[in-house]
Structures are given as C-alpha cells and as structure tokens.
Design a binder for this molecule. Structure first.
Ligand code: ASP
Ligand code: MG
Length: 432
C-alpha cells in the first residue's frame, strides 16, 4: 500500500479544502505565494475551497486594542463585541487572498462566515458550529471559481458574528470539508507535520508520516499545539481525511509530492505497517496541582470537594484520592494554571470549612508528560517502561492517569525537558 495516500491526486476534480495558518498568511508576499499554490491545484483539475486565518499577530493585535479600551474582565455584552472585533482579521485575509488569486488569473470569490452561512450557537468567543449551508459555495465551484471562506467565525441564530475560540480556523476548515464531503482537508502550517514530540525540546524528534485519529486527539488534548482539538474531534466524527503539511515548501513543488508530504491523520489503523507501541510524547505546562488533606473518607466527599469547583466553571484534569488512614484521606487534582488562584481560594475559604479538611495545599510548578500510542492496547509493560525511565532519571511521579491509549504523569515542572527526552529515547522514537 502506498503510505498515507488517502486520495489519488491524479483523479480528476477532487474537492479539496486548504487551510492556511496565520504565518502562511503573514505578509502580502506570503499571500501571493498561497495564491500561486492554490492556483497550481486548480490547474491540475481540482476544485478548491480555501480557509485562511488572520495574518499572524493580527488577532492578538485586535484583542489588544479591545483590552486597551476595556481592561476589565469582559462581561456577556463585551464578549459579543470581542467577537465582532476579532472576526475582522479573517475578513481582511479572505479579501486579500481572493484578490491575489484574481491577479493570478483565477476566478475567485471570498465570503465571511455569515455569508456562507456557517451557523453557530451563541457562545461568544467559543461558539460551536451547528450547520453549514454549502449551496452558494457549490454554485461558485461549478462556475470554476476558487471559494475563500473566513476561518474562525460564524453567525448565531440572532445574526450576531461569533468566533470559535483561538486557533478556530482549523475547525472551520475541517467543518467545511465535512459539510461538503471533501476528498481531503489539507492544513498548511508553519511546521511540516506532526512530530513524535516538540523538536524544540528533542532535536531527534521525527515527523510521523501517519498518525491515527485517536492518537491525534490525545496529542491535541494533551498539549500538542499543531491542531485545535475541536478540529480533530470534527474530523473524527465526520471521518474527514486530514493532512498537516508545511506552507514553506516552494509553491511550485510537484503536486503529487506535495500531496504525500506532511502527516496524514488516518482512520484505518492497519494502514500503519510498522506500528510503534508509542507514537508520541506530549507535555503540558499549563496545569497546577491542588491537594486537600485530611478529609473524612465517607460517601459524597469527592462531590463535596469537586462539585463547587465544577460549579465555578473550573475544569478538572487528573484526580487522585489516597487510601484512608484513621478515616481520613487526601485528595489531589489538577486545574488549568489560570484557574489556580481561584480554585485555591475556593477550597480554602469554602470547601475546607464545609468538609472539615485539615489543610489545603497547592503547587503551580508542575507539568504533565504523556505517552500516546494505539499500540498500548495490545502491548503490556508500556507504563512500567515509562515509570522505570523516570525513576532512572531520579524524577518523582506525583500523579498518574491512564486511558486505553495514553499514560500521563504529573511531575515537577523543572524536570519536564529531561523527562520528555528520556522517554523519547526509551520508546525508540529518536531518529535513527
Ligand atoms: N485568527 C484566530 C487566532 O489567532 C484563529 C486562527 O488563527 O485559527 O486564534
Ligand atoms: Mg493554528
């Protein structure tokens, strides 16, 4: 089997969605390069829908302006305006790209999310896509036009512009590909694919030519920043063939070479001939640990501790409850570091008095390191290799959590790089 070939580029008139990230759209010169690359695909006989991000730095700039005007934490009314402001970055991108394509001699038309329309719910700054009407887009494609659609944004039932959360253009592209049953969705970005781990930490990290959708989902949720997690969920739900590839290869490389580059996210597990047990190492420095000590070990205690945390809209990740001594137990969990102070405060002032806990302690200087691989389903001893490797490096494990295809440990933040490097080596992921 040809490795990673999801569709045949030679086949006439495939429907392809391209997504270009902010760096790829970062200057007018880069936008002209994007136009040339898109034109190459169209000239080979394919229909193209392109979903670009805002030019790099633009969304931050726009949200920075908003903050200058209104430094307080945004209330419900302000969130609507933040979306109206942030969505303009993509509006500029689509217009510029359509112009650049026209300058290349390609018929092209741009649409904002509201014009397609891409309908979302009303959760400003983190809206979810509800439906996409592709009638207009299909008509344009049939007329031979390249259709450019804004990433990151949509329209709610009341006609308000919404955005999908930072990094949301990935999700827009995958959703468009799903709605149109595209043959493939290509995510052009500033890295050339998905790596076994972050090459900035482990120079020996290798690009994976394929990764299973489930592994990608774990990697994205565990801290790999290549794709927005929602885009991966979408791809899984609608089985959209997805490829992550570089927009920095010369635009004129042969099309079949380009269409095999990067990393293909696959749904067929057996497509991987040589299945590594562990495919990648993910890490995340964004968490903090909270421990509640000496709580009575009785039914309902977990709910009494974590219920108020959930009610305060704080997400909880890893949880451990110890075995009890003299009817008392300790309870630890992690939250996002941004929620650390709030959670500590809530537990100290509200939960501890209510439960009779002896003490509440916290540690924001932790990190989570995870090994991911569908091979873990069929191999034993994978977690023990992880624990042995960490112990050989003298790294203490504070918490452990597992699922079918991943094992995560919480360790002291200062050992993160050492842990990632040692595990990368121990699981034979270093480049030969
Ligand atoms: N421009 C938006 C952001 O910076 C969406 C995206 O690029 O995916 O988050
Ligand atoms: Mg991105």
């Amino acid at each position: 089997m040809q490795c990673g070939a999801a569709f045949n580029v030679q086949s006439f008139m495939a429907l392809i969605v391209h997504k270009y990230g902010g760096t790829s759209m970062g200057s007018t010169e880069r936008i002209r390069n994007v136009a040339k690359r898109v034109a190459k695909w169209v000239r080979a006989g394919h229909q193209l829908v392109v979903v670009p991000s805002a030019m790099s730095g633009e969304t931050n700039r726009l949200l920075g302006l908003a903050k200058e005007v209104s430094p307080e934490k945004p209330g419900p009314d302000a969130l609507r305006e933040l979306d109206a402001i942030a969505a303009t970055g993509e509006q500029v991108s689509v217009g510029l790209l359509a112009l650049a394509l026209q300058a290349e001699g390609m018929a092209s038309v741009s649409y904002g999310g509201w014009q397609v329309p891409i309908k979302t719910d009303s959760a400003f700054t983190k809206a979810r896509i509800v439906s996409i009407d592709d009638t207009r887009v299909r008509a344009d494609l049939a007329e031979g036009k390249v259709v450019i659609i804004t990433g990151f944004q949509g329209i709610d039932p009341d006609g308000n512009v919404t955005t999908l959360g930072r990094g949301g253009s990935d999700t827009s592209a995958v959703a468009v590909a799903a709605a149109m049953k595209a043959d493939e969705c290509l995510i052009y970005t500033d890295v050339d694919g998905v790596y076994t781990t972050d090459p900035r930490i482990v120079p020996e990290a290798r690009r994976l030519s394929t990764i299973s959708f489930e592994e990608m989902l774990e990697m994205a949720s565990l801290g790999s920043k290549v794709l927005q997690i929602r885009s991966v969920e979408f791809a899984g739900k609608y089985r959209v063939p997805l490829r992550v590839l570089s927009s920095f290869t010369p635009w004129d490389i042969p099309l079949d070479e380009e269409s095999r580059s990067g990393t293909l996210i696959t749904f067929e597990e057996d497509e991987k001939m040589e299945q590594a047990v562990v495919s990648g190492i993910a890490f995340n420095r964004d968490e903090a640990k909270i421990t509640v000590m000496g709580v009575p070990d009785k039914p309902g205690i977990a709910y009494q501790i974590l219920g108020p945390v959930a009610d305060a809209n704080i997400d909880i990740d890893v949880i451990i409850q110890n075995i009890s001594h003299d009817g008392k137990t300790d309870f630890s969990f992690t939250v996002h570091r941004n929620d650390y102070a709030k959670t500590l405060d809530l537990l100290t002032n509200t939960v501890a008095p209510a439960t009779g806990a002896a003490q509440v302690m916290g540690d924001p200087k932790i990190c989570k390191v995870s090994i991911v691989g569908i091979g873990m389903r069929s191999h034993v001893g994978v977690a023990s290799t992880m624990f042995r490797t960490l112990s050989e490096e003298g790294i203490n494990i504070q918490m452990i959590s597992t699922s079918e295809i991943k094992t995560s440990v919480v360790i002291d933040e200062k050992y993160m790089e050492l842990a990632v490097r040692a595990l990368h080596k121990a699981f034979d992921l270093d480049a030969a």
